[in-house]
Design a protein. Sequence first.
Length: 282
Amino acid sequence: MTITDDSLVLRVAGRPVGRYLTRPELPGRLSPRPCLHPVTTLSGTAVTELSPADHLHHLGVGVAVPDVEGYNFWGGRTYVRDRGPTELDNHGSQRHTAFQLRDPDGFVEELRWVASGRELLRERRTVAATELTDTAWALDFTFSLTNITDAPLSIGSPATNGRPGAAYGGFFWRARKEATAPRVLTAEAEGEAAVHGSRADWLALVGGTWTLVFAGATDTTRRDPWFVRADEYPGVGSSLAHTDRLPIEPGGTAVRRVVTVVADGTLDRDEAAALVRKAVSP
């Protein structure tokens, strides 16, 4: 693993497939947080974007939440009921504390979620990269959010605050934007409109020369609907707060695990499903 003061390189079979930025230097309104970027296929095609012009607060692959007790850990404007997107001085940051484990193919990290000088959540993040075939690998991403305050707190989204269809917040992957929007498909549906907000064991974004296949790897994660964008920009997330806020009691922990297949080429449904089975199998 190549390590600098602010990043490490994730490798699969000796090949670099991602850089993890532990302390990205970003303005506060972007909700600074550790993230993976660039993430690439095994042939080297980049499949993430960092602070693209259309959404400066989209940071590769990571965990982003727009509402933790009113604090914005997503970045950008905050959706306020009956007012819409509003510039507020309410941004939090995720602060890298330490690595408990660091290997060429993965790491275990501790983070602090801090806003207004107060720590709200403590996160344990586990990331592992595994080779699947000569043209595909899997990124296994687990995060555990523990409420370390002495009061209940809850996670919300623009959807729970009054904006229909905007239940983003949780694991989020900002994908590569190309001239043509990627195809979106699950085992039973196709197209952004059909897939967005649905529950599915896996969801694929198919670009010009690459495919990303996202899969909830626990029963709890699979119950979270998918947040999907393709036409405006390519991005996929798993929604922690779809219709209701997610409560976390003092000392309580919310855990989610998403496994993403990163493949060269354009996969069809059967190929995507086969790789997911291989990636998520015990």
